[in-house]
Ligand binder design. Structure first.
Ligand SMILES: [Zn+2]
Length: 163
């Protein structure tokens, strides 16, 4: 339960590194894209990721992915349904998940405070504070449970976000 955090660790995402393709790319020499076919969370994906080539001063050439979402040149892509760069994963969770979920957390905590429960939904439910009407208590607990359910649902849904 304590692992529920608002900041997702990038290490949780399947990733694709350009290094994995180094040998293939060296052999082909002229590859301009990589074809991907995989299934992720029950959905099939098939598309290509564009490549970009640069010439470092030490000679040879170096390949990069072009992020399918923002076209930035990157060496690592992370799977959020489709593969996108770190910046796009951040933007995705920043705008679409992070803020709403933070609001839910703080609303849940406001209720927990009124109930005298320890802050943080990971601590579970507590008991009715002395002197609080049962009706008030039930209403607050219902609201708290509704928020908690929403938080869990959004946490589970987050990997479906494709920016
Ligand atoms: Zn990107």
């Amino acid at each position: 339960m304590a692992a529920l955090a608002t900041t997702s660790s990038l290490s949780n995402y399947p990733r694709l590194t350009i290094a994995q393709y180094r040998d293939q790319l060296r052999q082909s020499g002229t590859a301009s894209s990589i074809d991907l076919a995989y299934s992720y969370r029950g959905k099939a994906y098939r598309y290509s990721i564009e490549l970009s080539k640069t010439a470092p001063h030490y000679g040879g050439s170096r390949y990069w992915f072009r992020c399918p979402s923002c076209s930035n040149r990157v060496a690592v892509l992370y799977c959020a349904g489709t593969y996108v760069c770190r910046g796009c994963i951040g933007a995705c969770y920043g705008s679409q998940l992070q803020q709403p979920i933070d609001r839910l957390f703080s609303r849940a905590d406001t209720i927990r405070q009124r109930l005298g429960w320890q802050s943080g939904i990971a601590h579970g439910s507590g008991t009715k504070p002395k002197g609080m009407h049962s009706k008030t208590f039930d209403r607050l607990v219902n609201e708290h449970d509704r928020l908690t359910a929403k938080i869990w649902q959004q946490t589970l849904d987050k990997l479906g976000c494709t920016h």
